[in-house]
Design a protein around this ligand. Sequence first.
Ligand SMILES: NC(=O)c1ccc[n+]([C@@H]2O[C@H](COP(=O)([O-])OP(=O)(O)OC[C@H]3O[C@@H](n4cnc5c(N)ncnc54)[C@H](O)[C@@H]3O)[C@@H](O)[C@H]2O)c1
Ligand SMILES: N[C@@H](CCO)C(=O)O
Ligand code: NA
Length: 428
Amino acid sequence: MTAPLRIGVAGLGTVGAGVLRILQTHGPLIAARAGRSIEVVAVSARDRSRDRGVPLEAYAWESDPVALARHPDIDVIVELMGGHEGAAKDALEAAIASGKDVVTANKALLAHHGQALALAAEEAGRVIRFEAAVAGGIPVIKALTEGMAGNQMTRVMGVMNGTCNYILTRMESAGLPYEEVFEEARQLGYLEADPRLDVDGIDAGHKLSLLASIAFGTQVDFDHVDLEGIGSITIEDIRRAADMGFRIKLLGVAQMTGRGLEQRMQPCLVPATSPLGQLQGGTNMVVLEGDAVGQIVLRGPGAGAGPTASAVLSDLVDIARGNRLPTFGQPAMTLTRARPAQAAVPAPYYLRLQLVDKPGALAKVARVLGDSGISIDRMRQYGHEDGTAPVLIVTHKTTRIALDEAMAAFPATAVVAGDPVALRIEAV
Ligand SMILES: NC(=O)c1ccc[n+]([C@@H]2O[C@H](COP(=O)([O-])OP(=O)(O)OC[C@H]3O[C@@H](n4cnc5c(N)ncnc54)[C@H](O)[C@@H]3O)[C@@H](O)[C@H]2O)c1
Ligand SMILES: N[C@@H](CCO)C(=O)O
Ligand code: NA
């Protein structure tokens, strides 16, 4: 058998401990598959004494992750610390500079510095692999980079933040408001240390930007992901959308349009009967569309020790086998800088308005929409409450610009109470 692949693990939290557990329990199985064993030489974390439920005695301890990255007896650094600056970035750069391959679960770091790190790795003849960083245990990077290598990709999309999907589906099933379910998610330990990463769509946006790079051969461009979180989604909209046959999801969509690369991570309505509409709880789903194969739907756990470590192991086995893929599916120097699309491809929208009970109110709203070139597909009015009635409108395809123009004109009609809600309906 070939010499073992020697690894150093930086970060021994949920994922790091999960990786050690798999290596400790499945060592022979993995060695048989990889053609060589994977041996942990040294580990690093902040607190040496903490009980992680896995024995650490067999490994050397490095208190400094950068020193670990420079360790002379290590071939691969597995970075599981997190954060897009500081220790994680320093450790990756040090690893590459000292001739090591890298496996990481750190979507934030790659979303911010992916292109520079990929260039540095390729110049040094090293690889960076990050299956765990996007949709955790779902082998989506592998599917895209290898399984779909013969396709011109047309669209990638998905629900890639389990916490947000948990919150939205729990609001619907328990009939609870956002604030209450958010608190529940916090108590269950689902939220990132900074919950804005989850609920503002940032974490999912990081993941989308990485998929978009591979799918479209473009440099990672997280700054141009159009981000909108789930904080303003109300139980009322979840219920009304359900009445019209939809579910609300924090959905990421990336597609190359005639006007440039569109990247969006925002709450959208999807048909309740579609695979995305059916997705419950903390599960992730990624939809990959290629011109030759059509649509592929992948569903599975996007977080947690086992699923995320499973993805890390897949990268390690690849490296052990000598499968040395470019970071983003093609050499980093050949990735183009995408022109960001200024406006999203037109789509139908869901509009919820609180209409004042006056003769001709509906006609006034319809006129405003018509004046902005928006045509109505379906409409539903509910019973009056306190002199106003909720009205739901599903439009035909329109642009967000036209919709914003119409919404800006609503106050002048004096028949729309409060702020209207507009959500895009995604064809999935
Ligand atoms: N937890 C998940 O389900 C999940 C899923 C996908 C991706 N990820 C990613 O995996 C990475 C790790 O996540 P986690 O949930 O295991 O985190 P965690 O907070 O449980 O563990 C982080 C570990 O890194 C160590 N660490 C952090 N900063 C350090 C520093 N400056 N120096 C030395 N050690 C340091 C900590 O001591 C700890 O052992 C992150 O990038 C995260 O985004 C996590
Ligand atoms: N906070 C993330 C963890 C996995 O990246 C989620 O909820 O999906
Ligand atoms: Na993955």
